[in-house]
Design a protein around this ligand. Structure first.
Ligand SMILES: Nc1nc2c(c(=O)[nH]1)N[C@H]1C(S)=C(S)[C@@H](COP(=O)(O)OP(=O)(O)OC[C@H]3O[C@@H](n4cnc5c(=O)[nH]c(N)nc54)[C@H](O)[C@@H]3O)O[C@H]1N2
Ligand SMILES: Nc1nc2c(c(=O)[nH]1)N[C@H]1C(S)=C(S)[C@@H](COP(=O)(O)OP(=O)(O)OC[C@H]3O[C@@H](n4cnc5c(=O)[nH]c(N)nc54)[C@H](O)[C@@H]3O)O[C@H]1N2
Ligand code: SF4
Ligand SMILES: [Mo]
Length: 711
C-alpha cells in the first residue's frame, strides 16, 4: 500500500499547529509536527498524536443512533433527519419557538462545517434559548471588545514575539497551548521573552507557565479586580497617560480614570494577597518598559468581576501607550475577516432569560441559566434540546443537576461523535464523519493569531458512503426542519465555496489557489496596528467608560470585605497538556501514565484537617459534592485547592469504554449557577467556595451506581 505525506492544521486546540501526517489510503498512520509550517515550526503536543486514537476509536459513532428504551438502534440518515426535523418543529408548534433549546460546544469553532453552517440553521429555529460554551469561557472578552471597540471580535492579542514585558493573569499557556492568543510553540516564545525581557504570571498556583516565567506572583482566587485597581492607581501615580497615538479617538477617558481611582497598594494587598511593594514595583516596571502587554485569559474571565477585570486590562494597555502598538496588544487583521461589514458586531440585553432575567449577549443566554430554563414550568420552558459538539453535563455549572434535568426533556437530538455524559440522554445522535475528510479554514483562530497567517486544510480522503460530513448534517437537519415547520430555507453550498467567498470578502487578493499552493500554510508577517482605523463604535472612538462596566465597578465598591471563613477553601481548575476539556479521555495515548484527576491541596491545609496524601475526601460546595483523592501541592497558595475539569466519566449508559475506567470526579458538580459575572452572565467557575471531609473505605467510582437515563 502506498504511503504519502500530507499536511494539515490540528483541529484540537487554539494553537492550530501544522501537522505532517503519513497517510495510507487516506488514513493517517503516523503524525508529527510539520517542520515546514512557518507558524508552528514543528510544534506538536500529545493531543496532536492522539488524532490517531480518535480515528481508530471503536466507540466513535459513524451512523445515526436512535434510542429504543435503554437501547440504541442504527437508523438511516434520511430517517434520522426527518424525525429530528419533525420532532423539533412539533415541539415549537405546541409550545412556541423558545421551547427548543440549543447548546453549542467548543469544537464547533474548530470545524468550518459546524462554525459556518450553524448560524443559518439557528436563524430558522429562532429560539431565544441559545446557549454555548462561550459563557463558561470567553464571553466577557467579547463583551468588553464590543463595548470599547464596537465589535466583539476586535480583540487585541499580545505581540508575544516582540514585547519586552508581559503581565499574564489567569492563563497557563504552557499547558493549554495558548488561548485568545494563537501562538503554536508558546513555551519557546515565552522562554525567548524571558531571555529578552520579563514575563510575570499572576496565578493562585505556581503553574507550568509560572515555572518558566521571570516571576510568579500568587493571588487569591477571584481577587484580580482589586490587584488590577491597585496596579492601575500605582501606574497613574508614576506619570501621565501616553496617548499621543490615539489622537481624538478616545471617548470617556476621564470618567474611566475617576472610576478606577482610589485603591491603594495596601488595599490591593489586603484584598488580593499580592504584597503592596510588589504592586508598586510591577507598576514601575510596566511604566518603564519600552513595550508591554497585559494579557488576561480563562482564569480572569471566569470570575465574578471578569468583565471589569478585562476592561481594566484594556485600560492599562491604553494608559501605558501599549494598545494597538508593536510590542504591545494589537488585533490581528486576518485575510478572512471576522469584523467589518456582514459580521456580527455583538449585542447585549435584547432579551432576558425567562426565570432569572439574565441578559442576552450576542444572541446567547448565559449557560448558567440552562438548568432552570429546562426545569421551571411555564410558557417558554425548554422541552426539546439540540446540542452540537458539547458536553455541558461535565462543562457547565452544577453539571449533576443538568444531568438530571436532561432526563426530563420531551426530545433531545445531539450532533456528536460519542455517547457521553450528556448525549446519553439523547433520543437521536447524528455523528459527523472525521474532520480529516473535510475542508477546513480556521476563521477565528487566524483572528487571534500572534502573526498574520492563513491556511486551507484539504480533505485527506472522501468520507465513507454511509457517513455524513458535519456541514451535511447541519444542512440535512435544516432541510427537514424547514419542511416540517413550513418555512422556506435553502441549504448552504459546500465548504470550499464558502471558504472562497470568505476569502474574497477580505479583499486581500489571497484566494483558494494561493492557499492550495501553500500546503504548509502562509505566514504574512507580524501584526500591525489597525485598531484605531477599524473601530466600530458609534462614536468612532475607543469607549473608555462603558456604562455597564462602570455600574459593575460600583457594585464591587459596595461589596464589604468579608473575612475568610477559616474552614472554607477556594477551588480553582487546572489543565494538563494531555487533556482536552471533557472529551478525549477515550484516547489511550492521553490517559496512560499517572492519574491526573486528584484534588491538589496545600500541605498546611492537609495538616490542619488531619489528611494525608492519597486520602479520599468529600468536597462539598453550596450546590453539590464529589469524592476524590487528595494530593499535596506546595505550588498552591494556602487556602486554595485545585481540581481539573472534564472528569466524572463512567455514568450508566455512556459508551466510552476507556474513559469510563478513568478515575476522577467532575469539577462542575461543585460549581454554582448563581456565581456569575454581572455584565456578561459568564459562569464564575474559579474561586468556588468548598469544604473537605475525610472519607474511608468508599466506592472509588461514584458514578458507577448512577441512576442514569430515565427514558
Ligand atoms: N470547571 C470548569 N469548567 C469548564 C472549564 C474549566 O476550565 N473549568 N473550561 C470551560 C471551557 S474554556 C470550555 S471551552 C468548555 C467546553 O465545554 P463543551 O464544549 O460543552 O465540552 P467539551 O468537553 O469541549 O465537549 C466537546 C463535545 O464535542 C464532541 N465532539 C468532538 N469532536 C466533534 C466533532 O468533530 N463534531 C461534533 N459534532 N462533536 C464533536 C465531543 O464528543 C464532546 O461531546 O468547558 C468549560 N467548562
Ligand atoms: N491541554 C489542554 N489544552 C487546552 C484545553 C484543555 O482542556 N487541555 N482547553 C482549551 C480551551 S477550550 C481553552 S479556553 C484554553 C484555556 O487556556 P487558558 O486560558 O490558558 O486556561 P487554563 O489553562 O485553564 O489556565 C487558567 C489559569 O488561571 C488560573 N486561575 C484560576 N483562578 C484564578 C484567579 O482567580 N486569578 C488568576 N489570576 N488566575 C486564576 C488557574 O490556576 C490556571 O493556571 O485552553 C485550551 N487548550
Ligand atoms: S497544541 Fe496540540 S492540540 Fe493544540 S493544535 Fe497543537 S498539536 Fe493540536
Ligand atoms: Mo474554552
Amino acid at each position: 500500500m502506498s504511503s504519502e505525506r500530507r499536511f494539515r492544521a490540528c483541529p484540537l486546540c487554539e494553537a492550530i499547529c501544522g501537522l505532517e501526517m503519513r497517510v495510507s489510503d487516506g488514513h493517517p498512520t503516523a503524525i508529527r509536527g510539520d517542520l515546514e509550517d512557518p507558524f508552528s515550526r514543528g510544534h506538536i503536543c500529545p493531543k496532536g498524536n492522539a488524532i490517531l486514537d480518535l480515528e481508530a476509536d471503536p466507540d466513535r459513532l459513524r451512523k445515526p443512533l436512535r434510542r429504543r428504551g435503554m437501547q440504541w438502534e442504527e437508523v438511516s440518515w434520511e430517517e434520522a433527519f426527518a424525525e429530528a426535523g419533525e420532532r423539533l418543529a412539533a415541539v415549537q408548534r405546541t409550545h412556541g419557538a423558545d421551547a427548543v433549546g440549543v447548546y453549542l460546544g467548543n469544537p464547533v469553532v474548530h470545524h468550518f462545517g459546524h462554525f459556518a453552517y450553524l448560524p443559518s440553521l439557528l436563524r430558522q429555529i429562532r429560539t431565544h434559548n441559545l446557549y454555548s460554551a462561550s459563557t463558561v469561557d470567553q464571553i466577557p472578552h467579547q463583551l468588553v471588545s464590543w463595548a470599547m471597540y464596537g465589535h466583539q471580535q476586535l480583540t487585541p492579542v499580545p505581540d508575544v514575539d516582540r514585547t519586552d514585558w508581559m503581565l499574564m493573569l489567569g492563563a497557563n499557556p504552557v499547558a493549554s497551548n495558548g488561548s485568545a492568543m494563537t501562538a503554536p510553540g508558546i513555551e519557546r516564545r515565552l522562554k525567548a521573552l524571558v531571555r529578552r525581557g520579563r514575563l510575570v504570571v499572576i496565578d493562585p498556583r505556581r503553574t507550568e507557565t509560572a515555572e518558566i516565567a521571570s516571576e510568579h506572583v500568587p493571588i487569591r482566587p477571584g481577587a484580580d479586580v482589586w490587584f488590577l485597581l491597585a496596579l492601575f492607581a500605582a501606574v497613574r501615580a508614576l506619570g501621565p497617560a501616553r496617548l499621543a497615538a490615539y489622537g481624538n479617538q478616545l471617548s470617556g477617558l476621564d470618567p474611566a480614570l475617576d472610576a478606577l481611582a482610589g485603591v491603594s497598594p495596601a488595599e490591593g494587598e489586603a484584598r488580593s494577597g499580592v504584597p503592596a511593594a510588589t504592586i508598586e514595583r510591577l507598576a514601575r516596571e510596566l511604566y518603564a518598559a519600552p513595550s508591554a502587554c497585559i494579557y488576561g485569559r480563562m482564569g480572569l474571565s471566569t470570575q465574578a468581576y471578569g468583565s471589569v477585570c478585562l476592561w481594566i486590562v484594556q485600560l492599562l494597555n491604553l494608559y501605558t501607550g501599549n494598545l494597538d502598538r508593536i510590542g504591545g496588544m494589537l488585533p490581528n487583521e486576518p485575510v478572512m475577516p471576522v469584523t467589518g461589514p456582514g459580521t456580527a458586531k455583538g449585542n447585549r440585553n435584547r432579551w432576558q432569560s425567562r426565570v432569572r432575567g439574565l441578559p442576552e449577549i450576542s444572541g446567547e443566554l448565559p449557560v448558567a441559566a440552562l438548568i432552570e430554563e429546562i426545569t421551571t414550568p411555564g410558557e417558554g420552558q425548554i422541552r426539546a434540546l439540540l446540542t452540537c459538539a458539547g458536553n455541558p453535563v461535565l462543562s457547565t455549572p452544577s453539571g449533576a443537576n443538568l444531568d438530571s434535568a436532561l432526563a426530563g426533556l420531551d426530545y433531545y437530538v445531539a450532533i456528536d461523535i460519542y455517547v457521553n455524559e450528556t448525549t446519553r440522554h439523547a433520543d437521536l445522535i447524528l455523528p459527523p464523519a472525521s474532520p480529516l475528510t473535510q475542508y477546513h479554514y480556521d476563521t477565528i483562530f487566524n483572528a487571534f493569531a500572534v502573526r498574520r497567517v492563513a491556511r486551507l486544510n484539504a480533505p485527506l480522503r472522501a468520507r465513507a458512503h454511509e457517513e455524513r460530513a458535519d456541514w451535511e448534517i447541519v444542512n440535512g437537519l435544516g432541510v427537514a426542519y424547514a419542511a416540517a415547520a413550513g418555512k422556506a430555507w435553502s441549504p448552504l453550498p459546500e465548504p470550499r465555496a464558502l471558504i472562497a467567498a470568505g476569502l474574497a470578502r477580505g479583499g486581500s487578493g489571497i484566494d483558494l489557489t494561493t492557499l492550495e499552493n501553500a500546503p504548509h500554510g502562509l505566514d504574512l508577517g507580524p501584526l500591525e496596528p489597525s485598531l484605531l482605523r477599524r473601530l466600530e463604535t458609534a462614536s468612532g472612538a475607543v469607549e473608555c467608560a462603558p456604562e455597564l462596566l462602570l455600574a459593575d465597578l460600583d457594585r464591587l465598591r459596595q461589596m464589604p470585605a468579608v473575612p475568610l471563613d477559616p474552614g472554607q477553601l477556594s477551588l480553582i481548575g487546572r489543565r494538563h497538556v494531555r487533556s482536552n476539556n471533557s472529551w478525549m479521555h477515550n484516547a489511550p495515548r492521553l490517559v496512560k501514565g499517572k492519574p491526573r484527576h486528584q484534588l491538589h491541596v496545600h500541605p498546611s491545609d492537609l495538616a490542619t484537617r488531619g489528611l494525608a496524601e492519597g486520602d479520599r475526601v468529600r468536597v462539598r460546595s453550596r450546590t453539590g459534592a464529589v469524592e476524590v483523592e487528595v494530593c499535596a501541592s506546595d505550588a498552591l497558595l494556602p487556602g486554595v485547592v485545585c481540581l481539573p475539569h472534564g472528569f466524572g466519566h463512567g455514568r450508566a449508559g455512556s459508551r466510552m469504554a476507556r474513559a469510563g475506567s478513568v478515575s476522577g470526579a467532575s469539577y462542575n458538580d461543585l460549581t454554582d449557577p448563581l456565581r456569575i459575572d454581572g455584565p456578561s452572565g459568564n459562569a464564575a467557575l474559579n474561586g468556588t467556595p468548598v469544604s473537605l471531609e475525610r472519607l474511608s473505605g468508599c466506592d472509588p467510582r461514584p458514578y458507577g451506581r448512577s441512576a442514569g437515563v430515565s427514558r
